[in-house]
Every structure is written in structure tokens, then in C-alpha cells.
Design a protein around this ligand. Structure first.
Ligand SMILES: *Cc1c(COP(=O)(O)O)cnc(C)c1O
Length: 475
């Protein structure tokens, strides 16, 4: 399998090559040169597999340049008991009203990003070893991405992490998860500023190609195709588990819907690819918070990203995104995989700040089957409260956005599988507001909160950051 750019301007590359890259050289995103299809018989043959075995099959459709036994070893290690103590790995749980939670937050940082990041840690180490290279990951985080990346990469050879976070802006739990990692290859840097300042510093250094090459800088952000491919696995897994009880003869026609709390469009894009593989998906339900650029796109066909200044800080912070970096991959499919049309659309976007896909949306709404909705602060509080009262189940604010929006699309006979993107412990303040009482941390979580922390405080100063990286980067 080779990978090409959505804008058509690059030579095809293999999976391991695109793992270590960010954007394609022409500014587009890398996509598989074709979307593989999996037959109903093959899905059946996967039914008895464990999660890591299924991951080997699904990721193996794309990572054809990694030998099968290597890939199997990497998947076994990514999803082993030290990282996923709940051996169901991705447990399904009925929450009434026609909905089932798909538990994607059983990994080390209690959020769905672990599902892909743990695999990516293995894959990056393999790809670097193959090329005898090192990588210094430079990133900015408002919480979830940084801790998932660090928990996937700490203690590994050939890779170090420089993670910028806004001083004093993360929850105590998020801080503890990151700053308690004491490995030599993890550098937590708290910047005097907000998340945008952190992101701006990363951008400045990454755009300085000389500096980037001299210090082997790279990223593991949400456009990384390795992450997208590893996320497809749990859509296949969830459909297999939801259809386990269905008569064998009826399984191929047994449809489910997925509801996905969305920000950068990475998670739901993987669901879209899963449907293209052949998973019987009735609908993909995209849930936005108040930053509802994607909801607007799917309802009207207009894509109008907003500036950082016009992005609200909400109580589902990991969805506070107003420029969905993965959307270009979906648009590539929407325009019939025509790279010239994508390049033109993104030129239009740069010039006018918006792109009009109303024609395509109308024409393909039935084929693509993505619907959407918006959930607000009041909606998520009410949903957390209601699910707790009705089912005795605590869901986090992001998952609550998913449940709230999903409610409008539940259909008789079609299970609505809502992706649980984080555990409630990470967002204690909003949980307390919704429930009217504080959540008691478990003994294990209290231990994490009390563990020694290491973090470097730094002014919002590009030169100070350059100097620190120059002194500490692997070479
Ligand atoms: C990252 C994240 C999201 C958004 O996922 P995307 O792939 O960016 O759409 C939703 N919920 C939580 C808890 C997250 O950490």
C-alpha cells in the first residue's frame, strides 16, 4: 500500500515513511492510494480474534511494509495488560435509550487518544530503527494529546519529547499525568501563556526547516496516518461485539450507528474509513460542542474555520477546535478523490476564509451518511446528570456531548454506539457541577495526584525554547 497527497503533488510513499512525517510536502495530507475493502467472510473470520490480533489484521491492510510478525508483536505490546489493565481493552456497555458506550478510555491516560498513540509509540520506534534515525517530538498540548503522547513514548530509545503546555491552565489530574513522568527522554515545558502561545512556538520552530532538520524535530499530532489507521480497529471491534449475539445468517446486514465527540475530525474520519472497508454503518453521528464548525459543515455544506480568538474555551476542552485538520481527507473522498479540486478548494479557503461544498453535500449525503449536531454546556451537564441518575453510569463531558447529539438519531433496531472518549476523573470540576457533588478520587488516582512532578517553567520566548532544545535533543 502506498500513500499519496490529497493535493496530488508528491511521490507515493510507504506507511513507515508517512509515520515520521507531518503534512505532505505540497501542504496536503497523506491518504492511502485506495481504500481497501474487506469481505463479509473476512469480517467473520476476525470475530474470534483478540483486540491485538484484530489490530494486526486491520492496521496490516495499510502497513504492508511492516512484516506481519513484527506488526503482531507491536500490537501485542501496545495493548498489553500493563497499559490496558481492563482486558476487554474496549468494553461495550449498555446505557439505555438505545445506546451503548464503546469504552475507549481504558489506557494509561484515561482518554481515547491512548488507543492510537500506544500503537504509534511502537510503530515509531520500529520505523526509526529501520532507518537508524532519531526523532525529537515537539508538540503543544492543552491536556489530552500531550499526556497520551508522553505515555506512549517515555522510556523509548531513539525518541524524545518536548511538550509545551500553558502554565496553570490544565486540570490537576492532567498535570499529574504529564509532569509525574520522570524519564530522561520526556521534557515537560510549562509556558507562561495560553495554549495558542504554545502552538505558536511549535509552529515557529517547525517552519524553520534548518532548525527542524538539524535537531530532527517531528510531531505525532492528529493528522498522523498511523493514528488514523489504529483508530479504525475499534470501529471494527465494536461492530463485531455488537453483532456477536445476532444469527450468523443476518450478521452481514446488521447495521450500527456510531456517535463521535469530535474536534480535529480524526476519530470520526477513522469511522468513515471503517465504513468504506465494509463495516455495516447506518450513520456516523458527529457531535460538536459550542465550537461547531463541523456541525455547520455537515448541515449546510459550508466549511468556515474560525480563528483561535473566535474559539471558545468550553467544558469539553478537547473539542475546542475551529479548524479541523483532518477534514481535508474527507473532502478528498467527497470530491471523488480529485486532488486538483482539493488544491483549488484550499486555495479558495486561504483567499476567502470559507469553502462551499453545498453541491457535493447534497449529492453525496446518502452515500457518506454523516449527520451532526451541537451540544452546549447546559446540554452536557444535563446529560451527565441524567445518565448518572438513570443508569448509575458516570460519563465525561466529551462523551456527554456524544450522547446528547446521538439522542436525535436513535433508530429502532439500530444500536447507537457512542464512543467514550475520556473518563470522568479527568474533568472533576465539570463533573461536580453536573452532579452537585465532588467525585472522590480512587486510591490509585490519589497516588498519581500526590506523585513527585518535574516540569520546567519557561517564558513565552522562542529563543529560550531553541536553546533548551539544542541542549537536550537526541542526535
Ligand atoms: C481529542 C479528543 C476528542 C476529539 O477527537 P478528534 O479526533 O480530534 O475529533 C474528543 N474527546 C476527547 C476526550 C479527546 O481527547
Amino acid at each position: 500500500m502506498q500513500f499519496i497527497s490529497t493535493r496530488g503533488g508528491t511521490e507515493p510513499k510507504d506507511y513507515c515513511e508517512v509515520l515520521l512525517e507531518g503534512l505532505a510536502a505540497d501542504g496536503g495530507l497523506v491518504v492511502p492510494e485506495y481504500l481497501p475493502e474487506v469481505s463479509a467472510e473476512t469480517f467473520e473470520s476476525w470475530r474470534a480474534l483478540s483486540y491485538p490480533e484484530l489490530a494486526t489484521e486491520v492496521i496490516g491492510l495499510f502497513a504492508t511494509d511492516i512484516p506481519r510478525d513484527e506488526l503482531a508483536r507491536m500490537c501485542a505490546s501496545a495493548y498489553d495488560a500493563s497499559r490496558f489493565p481492563n482486558r476487554a481493552i474496549v468494553p461495550l456497555r449498555d446505557i439505555g435509550a438505545g445506546m451503548t458506550l464503546v469504552g475507549l478510555s481504558e489506557g494509561p491516560t484515561l482518554a481515547f487518544k491512548d488507543m492510537a498513540m500506544q500503537f504509534l509509540g511502537e510503530a515509531i520506534e520500529y520505523a526509526l530503527g529501520r532507518e537508524d534515525r532519531v526523532l525529537n517530538v515537539l508538540g503543544a498540548t492543552s491536556g489530552d494529546t500531550g499526556s497520551a503522547a508522553e505515555h506512549a513514548l517515555h522510556g523509548r530509545d531513539r525518541v524524545s519529547v518536548f511538550m509545551l503546555s500553558p502554565q496553570g491552565r490544565m486540570s490537576p489530574f492532567q498535570r499529574a499525568q504529564m509532569y509525574s513522568l520522570l524519564d530522561d527522554n520526556i521534557h515537560n515545558i510549562a509556558i507562561e501563556g495560553v495554549f495558542d502561545d504554545c502552538q505558536h512556538l511549535v509552529k515557529q520552530l517547525s517552519e524553520d526547516l534548518e532548525f527542524k532538520n538539524e535537531f530532527n524535530l517531528g510531531a505525532v499530532n492528529s493528522i498522523n496516518f498511523g493514528r488514523i489507521s489504529a483508530q479504525i480497529v475499534y470501529y471494527v471491534w465494536a461492530w463485531l461485539r455488537a453483532s456477536d449475539g445476532v444469527d450468523a445468517a443476518d450478521r452481514a446486514d446488521f447495521k450500527v450507528s456510531f456517535a463521535v465527540p469530535s474536534g480535529n475530525f480524526g476519530n470520526i474520519l477513522s469511522g468513515f474509513y471503517a465504513s468504506k472497508l465494509g463495516v455495516p454503518v447506518e450513520r456516523l453521528v458527529l457531535a460538536s460542542n459550542e465550537n461547531n464548525v463541523l456541525d455547520e459543515f455537515f448541515r449546510t455544506g459550508w466549511y468556515r474555520p474560525r480563528s483561535a480568538a473566535n474559539t471558545l474555551a468550553t467544558s469539553s476542552p478537547s473539542m475546542d477546535v475551529s479548524k479541523a485538520s483532518n477534514l481535508e481527507r474527507f473532502v478528498f473522498e467527497l470530491v471523488g478523490r480529485d486532488p486538483a479540486r482539493v488544491a483549488e478548494a484550499w486555495r479558495e479557503l486561504a483567499a476567502q476564509g470559507a469553502i462551499d461544498f453545498t453541491v457535493e453535500q447534497l449529492r453525496f449525503a446518502d452515500e457518506f451518511r454523516i449527520v451532526s449536531g451541537t451540544s452546549t454546556h447546559a446540554d452536557r451537564l444535563a446529560t451527565i446528570h441524567e445518565v448518572a441518575e438513570r443508569e448509575g453510569v458516570l460519563i465525561d463531558p466529551h462523551t456527554a456531548d456524544g450522547v446528547h447529539v446521538a439522542a436525535d438519531f436513535v433508530e429502532e433496531g439500530v444500536p447507537m454506539l457512542v464512543l467514550e472518549t475520556a473518563k470522568p476523573e479527568k474533568f472533576a470540576a465539570t463533573m461536580a457541577e453536573a452532579l452537585g457533588r465532588e467525585l472522590e478520587p480512587s486510591a490509585e488516582h490519589q497516588e498519581l495526584l500526590d506523585a513527585p512532578q518535574r516540569v520546567l517553567n519557561m517564558p513565552n520566548d522562542e529563543d529560550a525554547l531553541r536553546l533548551f532544545i539544542a541542549e537536550h535533543a537526541l542526535s
